[in-house]
Ligand binder design. Structure first.
Ligand SMILES: [Ca+2]
Ligand SMILES: [Ca+2]
Ligand SMILES: [Ca+2]
Length: 146
């Protein structure tokens, strides 16, 4: 089906909707900013939900199953493999000793470090722009699936 002239395409619409819903799911208190506490909470949820066998370690296979919300769009754009490449690359950069597993602390520290790197205007919180365009895993997945 073709989108009408001047109307946003379904894909662009999905992207905007998904972006907003990811931000809202992290911004638990709904103040439009993501605090350190909120990102820590989010990171913990990601770890717990991704550690499928519950052994306290993430394997790369477990990590590849994690979908921040972009998988359906990636598949629609025939970019699911590119999304997995990004996730594999990020996993590799976190598994510093290369033993093929990430512990909770290893995962949290790296994810929190990404929070500070994404925090470009130094107000100690992430805006939606900072989360989408500067928070490493979100930024790289979004770039990979276009
Ligand atoms: Ca908040
Ligand atoms: Ca595991
Ligand atoms: Ca900020």
């Amino acid at each position: 089906m073709l989108a009408g002239v001047g109307a946003p395409s379904a894909a662009a619409n999905d992207m905007a909707t998904t972006n907003a819903s990811i931000f809202d799911s992290v911004d638990v208190n709904g103040d439009g900013k993501i605090s350190r506490q909120e990102i820590i909470h989010f990171i913990d949820l990601v770890f717990i939900s991704t550690d499928a066998d519950g052994d306290g370690h993430l394997t790369v296979e477990e990590f590849l199953q994690w979908d921040p919300g972009y998988l359906a769009m990636a598949e629609g754009n025939d970019r699911a493999a590119d999304m997995n490449d990004v996730k594999r690359d990020i996993y590799g950069s976190r598994d510093l000793n290369g033993d093929g597993t990430l512990e909770h602390d290893e995962f949290s520290v790296a994810s929190l470090y990404d929070f500070y790197k994404a925090e470009v205007n130094h107000d100690r919180t992430l805006s939606q722009d900072e989360l989408l365009n500067h928070y490493q895993i979100i930024r790289r997945v979004r770039l990979a699936i276009r």
